[in-house]
Write a protein that binds this ligand. Structure first.
Ligand code: XMP
Length: 430
């Protein structure tokens, strides 16, 4: 392994992630581990140059006072504590250290090198993946999202033709999205790609289903079923690649952090389909995943795309999905994205999309009364998707988008702009 590491031990602080980010921003790699790591486990980690005990004010986890085991203090590298007068270590930060204090600890006290960068990361991971997979084969569900695309590019670099990607088009993708996955991975990068057009199958299962959670469940379970069927057709696969990233792991809980939610990217596969997981991005934050994609040569539009929900346009075609309204969502979304790009808003706005509800309103087209669907535009900014504010789009841009949607999208006679922040609204409509 090329990079030095500073280990953060989680003693109940809510700011482990902030601290890990701050250290990585200095160019030094950092990982978070539970407080009860043993000295042996710590010694087994590569290139540890220093340890930070991060307990905030009281070091209480779930009502219980916690501490690290004594041997950590004598494990051979500098140990510092955040706000813990009783600690038997070299020093104490009264609060989360500022940049100067952190630099002094990381570089002067620990002697760490600023050698954390994507080039080294990719080289390390390629080596680790090759060691793990050997001459076996690895399967990957390639949705075309940032995480699965970057995993695909990394695995391709590491094991080439031993990688088999499966792309399931559930018919709820944005315009040209599946075509782009095929173009980039099959045509340009020459990956083994199994393309499955399961549009009719998904739309069949979703017919007449109007409850949003029910729709999500059907899309999720049908996805696993299709993927499983494809996996069974392939021989001799031992490994499954997954686009797990660091926030997934932190949110799923270190031993001390409460479990916020559990993540199963392609969880739910039947027990007789046993794969060993390959998760080369599991130590990266989202922006680092994007940087890794750039390092691997993926196109910018793939790496810097806005978040897109797993159930795709299925939760933007409100109520029971029909082909007519699904097409209206897809076409209006494509126009919105095109105009946002022209106006430079694609780099500024966090998430933007259109929604088509399942009711009609009266309008007039070609001097005749018409009864058609509205399109709702949504554009929001957020840091963590827990709260969001709306983007105040300039009128000329909004009017241009409205004009194009009304003239280019069939079955639509009205365009609305959603002004609601989260809360009270959610970002998606379903
Ligand atoms: P809400 O609508 O809850 O959305 O404010 C917050 C963020 O989560 C995305 N989202 C989903 N992502 N599967 C996903 O992978 C889903 O079922 C899902 N629902 C919402 C949403 O696009 C936004 O970025």
């Amino acid at each position: 392994m090329k990079q030095d590491m500073i280990v953060i031990l989680d003693l109940g602080s809510t700011e482990n992630t902030t601290l890990a980010r701050a250290i990585r921003d200095l160019g030094v790699y950092s990982e978070i581990y539970p407080h009860d790591i043993t000295a042996k486990e710590l010694a087994a980690l590569p290139n540890v140059k220093g340890v930070i005990l991060n307990g905030g004010e009281n070091r209480v986890v779930d009502g219980t006072a916690v501490d690290v085991c004594d041997e950590i203090y004598t494990a051979g590298c500098p140990v510092i504590a955040v706000d813990h007068p009783g600690a038997k270590c070299e020093g104490i930060f009264a609060s989360l250290p500022d940049e100067a204090a952190l630099k002094a600890f990381v570089f002067d006290t620990c002697g760490a090198q600023a050698n954390w960068n994507m080039k080294n990361f990719v080289e390390d991971q390629v080596e680790l993946v090759r060691r793990q997979i050997g001459d076996k084969k690895v399967l990957l569900a390639l949705s075309g999202g940032v995480d699965s695309s970057v995993v695909a590019a990394l695995l391709l670099k590491a094991v080439g033709s031993q990688l088999v990607c499966v792309h399931v088009n559930h018919g709820l993708m944005r315009k040209d999205e599946s075509e782009n996955v095929v173009k980039v991975f099959q045509d340009e990068l020459k990956a083994n790609l199994v393309y499955v057009d399961a549009t009719d199958r998904f739309l069949g299962k979703l017919a007449d289903v109007s409850d949003p959670e029910e729709k999500r469940k059907i899309i999720g379970s049908e996805f696993i079923r299709v993927f499983e069927e494809e996996a069974r057709k392939l021989d001799g696969i031992d490994f499954l690649g997954q686009g797990t990233i660091y926030p997934d792991i932190i949110e799923s809980g270190t031993k001390t952090a409460k479990v916020v939610k559990s993540h199963h990217n392609v969880g739910g596969l039947p027990e007789d389909l046993q794969f060993e997981l390959v998760e080369p991005l599991k130590q990266l934050f989202k922006d680092e995943v994007r940087a890794c994609g750039v390092e691997l040569g993926l196109p910018a539009e793939m790496v810097y795309r806005q978040p897109f929900p797993g159930p795709g346009l299925g939760v933007r075609c409100l109520g029971a999905i029909t082909k007519e309204r699904l097409e209206a969502v897809r076409e209006s979304d494509a126009i919105l994205r095109e105009e946002f790009e022209k106006a430079g808003l694609d780099k500024k706005v966090w998430q933007y999309f259109t929604v088509v509800p399942d009711f009609k309103s009266v309008g007039v087209k070609n001097n005749a009364r018409c009864f058609e669907y509205p399109v709702i535009i949504r554009a929001v900014n957020t840091v963590d998707a827990m709260t969001a504010t709306i983007e105040q789009i300039d009128w000329p841009v909004l009017l241009k988008i409205t004009d194009r949607i009304l003239h280019e999208v069939e079955h639509v006679n009205r365009v609305c702009y959603d002004l609601s922040p989260k809360p009270t609204a959610t970002i998606e409509w379903e």
